[in-house]
Design a protein around this ligand. Structure first.
Ligand code: PEP
Ligand code: MN
Length: 265
């Protein structure tokens, strides 16, 4: 019974024609929706660079109650406008299931954040939908606990699950978290569920996004989720880890080069 469905998983991730067979799953965008203008700038840049997946958030789980909490329901109106202009798929975090209808309507991949990885009621509810779920690893959770969270989604009937390693808490304070690079080959040895890496939350540092991204792809990750902002220094949340458009596009180029080398090996 233990991790039964995770271990025998054999589905293909299939989000409206996107297949992992020939593509990396690259998701990029701001930590949170700040304004329509900010989102339009990011969406345009992604579209021009042939990136299909836009990350963002309308609700932010913040450590301090005094930090920006996200635009809430208003954010869905902005997502709707962006999607009317650009054919992008939106990835956004759910923090409770009260607004599930809005997520079902406007969001293409529902993210379960590190803090809710073991919110079993959210897992059960999303398990009963057909929406793809991006399941982040809790910063205090083992790989086995993380895969059990995935099992909750699978056993409830949702087979569109993507795992996301985003760093774990260690004694090291130079980085926000410590990217557990070994989780990639370990997870791959247990399950065929796709696994991507979030170098932004793993490090909390924009200067580490590039090396961690390259390392993740070299270690076999199926993709990346990266925080990108039109003016990183002005980002309302997580500004220390956001990268700008120029850095993002040159990183994309390097990621493709690493992947090409891997494919030839
Ligand atoms: C996020 O991706 O917006 C986020 C809050 O990340 P995490 O849940 O990994 O901290
Ligand atoms: Mn963030």
């Amino acid at each position: 019974m233990e991790l039964e469905l995770v271990k025998k998983y054999h589905q293909e991730l299939n989000i409206d024609g996107f297949s992992l067979k020939d593509n990396l799953l690259i998701i990029a965008g701001p930590c949170s929706i700040e304004s329509e203008e900010q989102m339009l700038q990011v969406a345009k840049m992604l579209f021009e660079n042939k990136i299909m997946f836009l990350r963002t958030a309308t609700y932010k789980p913040r450590t301090s109650p005094y930090s920006f909490q996200g635009l809430g329901r208003e954010g869905f109106g902005i997502i709707k406008k962006i999607k009317e202009i650009y054919p992008l798929k939106v990835v956004a975090e759910i923090v409770n299931t009260r607004d599930l209808d809005l997520y079902i309507e406007y969001v293409d991949i529902i993210q379960i954040g590190a803090r809710n990885m073991q919110n079993f009621e959210i897992l059960k509810t999303l398990g009963q939908t057909k929406k793809p779920v991006l399941l982040k690893r809790g910063f205090g959770n083992t790989i086995e606990e993380w895969l059990n969270a995935a099992e909750y989604l699978l056993v409830n009937g949702n087979d569109q699950v993507i795992l996301c390693e985003r760093g774990i808490r260690t004694f090291e304070v130079m980085t926000r978290n410590t990217l557990d690079i070994s989780s990639i080959p370990i997870v791959k040895g247990i399950t065929k569920l796709p696994i991507i890496v979030d170098p932004s939350h793993a490090s909390g540092r924009s200067d580490l996004v590039r090396p961690l991204s390259l390392a993740a792809i070299a270690a076999g990750a199926d993709g990346l989720m990266i925080e990108v902002h039109p003016q990183p220094n002005e980002s309302i949340s997580d500004k220390d880890q956001a990268i700008g458009f120029g850095e993002f596009t040159s990183l994309l180029d390097e990621i493709i080069r690493i992947k090409t080398v891997l494919n030839e090996m």
